[in-house]
Design a protein around this ligand. Structure first.
Ligand code: NOJ
Length: 555
């Protein structure tokens, strides 16, 4: 197979620096940057690529391996950039292609990899293809690149089938000439027809464009949605929301989708540098998720089953075992994630009673939530495989649950809030400094208002502060990599532990997580490497407070 070294501007010694460790992704900690909310370089209240570039040293010092950037492409922002009008252009609000190039180069110089987001399930309604498809009317060949259909009913006044948009309301919108088009998300996000060869050609070309720019991988948005069941059959159920994620749907997790990823893998493998794909694939089970990471398909898939698990030792153990068991046969690393830009931050989820799901707009018990979040993060970072950290979780940020309605931008909020509703609360710009305009996010305001307590949670306030969540992450990330090699391997050995407590061994490493609210006594396994709370050790026993994780070395 030909190995092009990429011809793009970011290739050369810089890429060689980060490319030196093969299979880096198997145990990588990948940090999600949500560009709107990370750092604003020009004071317009909106984060941008130059802002990200200027803060790369912070990320290097944090100890992560790679940065995944949510979309920064040309977009009308109907869904915060997940509605792409031009896949090869940077939206002016985030900068330009030169900024993207500089960001990739600088990251490589610092030993960090860059993963970009690819949105292949749908485009923006302002994409050239869609605009022309609408303008040219029924019979336009461009309509075949999307899903246009006549309506049902005597005058075609009803949608072609009963599918609902994930953001609420019907998944179909009628255009002026009477035809309807499919959009599983907002009406501004028409779904591509992946049966049409031009769609596949275009996306392989887009892959090459960014690979040539030097990116180290792609996060694939709605990776489970590209292929729809033949004939777009009715779901025949009005309980779509309940079925989502629990069943194979005529529009999600269809087996045909895997052929696309096998083709993409061939493209990626032509490039030097150990680059990767990670799938956002909501499937009914981790076993079905494993199908996306078979050896000739993608490299990783997010573990949403783990993200959705309550703070409960027994449930966590089941999902950890199932994940490792599902990934082992396909040889893919397990992945672990607690927060992202679509769900309530875990410090707030765990502040509330269990069973409420991942979309919570209640502050709950903030102190309890933070204690559990720290323990949960330490547990996640002790597991074999790759872990995803969402910007701000290293500060223990809670969700902002009381945003006034008039500042909200999540399309799900305006469309009756389907399962992805109310996502603005986890997207509030992060605080860098104790004081000053938008707490150091930028010289202007911030596109979503930050709460007053943001200053005390800022990177400045937490840097060097003993016991701060930021220092806990730094220590944990360094121990994980340097001392204990925790990302390696594909199994854990469970140890006997009191009810509500998880304890496992991995060679000379032991992790104990107490998910109960009460202190427990466990054997002192050795030397404490790091703990999310105050652990006391005496006479061979250790007292682990409630909602606390401890890492030990027996060496
Ligand atoms: C998943 C993304 O993470 C989410 O933010 C977006 O709204 C949908 N896909 C649609 O692209």
């Amino acid at each position: 197979m030909t190995q092009h070294s990429s011809t793009g501007p970011a290739d050369n010694s810089a890429l060689a620096t980060v490319a030196s460790r093969r299979d880096w992704w198997r145990d990588a900690v990948i940090y999600q940057v949500y560009p709107r909310s990370f750092a604003d370089s020009n004071g317009d209240g909106m984060g941008d690529l130059e802002g990200v570039r200027s803060r790369l040293p912070y990320l290097r010092d944090l100890g992560i391996d790679a940065v995944w950037l949510s979309p920064f492409y040309a977009s009308p922002q109907a869904d915060a950039g997940y509605d792409v009008a031009d896949y090869r252009a940077v939206d002016p609000m985030f900068g330009n292609l030169l900024d993207a190039d500089a960001l990739i180069r600088d990251a490589h110089d610092l030993g960090l990899r860059i993963i970009v987001d690819l949105v292949p399930n749908h485009s923006s309604d302002q994409h050239e293809w869609f605009k022309r498809a609408v303008a040219e009317g029924p019979g336009s060949p461009l309509r075949d690149r999307y899903h246009f259909r006549p309506g049902k009913g005597a005058n075609g006044e009803l949608p072609p089938n009963d599918w609902e948009s994930i953001f609420g309301g019907p998944a179909w919108t009628q255009v002026e000439d009477g035809e309807w088009y499919l959009h599983l998300f907002a009406p501004e996000q028409p779904d591509f027809n992946w049966e049409h060869p031009a769609v596949g050609d275009e996306f392989r070309s887009v892959l090459r464009f960014w690979l040539d720019m030097g990116v180290d991988g792609f996060r694939i948005d709605v990776a489970h949605g590209l292929v729809k069941a033949d004939g777009l059959p009715d779901l025949g159920s009005h309980e779509q929301l309940k079925l989502l994620g629990n069943d194979v749907m005529p529009f999600f997790d269809q087996d045909g989708v895997h052929a696309i990823y096998r083709e993409w893998r061939l493209v990626l493998d032509e490039y030097a540098g150990d680059r990767i794909f990670v799938a956002e694939a909501w499937t009914p089970t981790v076993e079905r998720t494993a199908n996306y990471v078979r050896p000739d398909e993608l490299h990783q898939a997010f573990n949403f089953q783990y993200l959705g698990t309550d703070w409960d030792a027994a449930e966590l153990r089941v999902v950890i075992d199932r994940t490792l068991d599902a990934m082992r046969p396909v040889g893919a690393p397990a992945t672990w994630v607690l927060s992202n830009h679509d769900v309530t931050r875990h410090a707030t989820r765990f502040a509330n009673e269990p069973g409420l799901g991942t979309q919570i707009r209640l502050a709950g018990d903030r102190e309890l939530g933070l204690r559990r979040a720290r323990a949960a993060s330490l547990l996640m970072l002790a597991l074999p495989g790759s872990a995803y950290v969402y910007q701000g979780e290293e500060l223990g940020l809670p969700d902002v649950v009381d945003l006034p309605d008039e500042v909200r931008q999540d399309p799900a909020y305006f469309r009756g809030a389907g399962q992805d509703g109310f996502r603005d609360g986890c997207r509030v710009p992060i605080p860098w400094t104790r004081e000053g305009s938008s707490y150091g996010f930028g010289a202007g305001g911030s596109w979503l208002p930050q709460p007053a307590e943001w200053g005390e949670l800022s990177i400045e306030a937490q840097t060097g502060a003993a016991g701060s969540t930021l220092e806990l992450y730094r220590t944990a990330l360094s121990v994980r990599r340097e001392e204990a090699g925790l990302g390696a391997g594909d199994s854990v050995d469970w140890l006997k532990a009191p009810e509500g407590v998880l304890a496992f061994r991995r060679g000379e490493f032991v992790c104990v997580t107490n998910t109960t609210g009460e202190a427990v006594t466990v054997p002192a396994y050795g030397r404490v490497l790091v703990a999310s709370g105050e652990v006391t050790v005496a006479e061979g026993e250790a007292k682990v407070p409630g909602d606390t994780t401890v890492w030990w070395t027996t060496a």
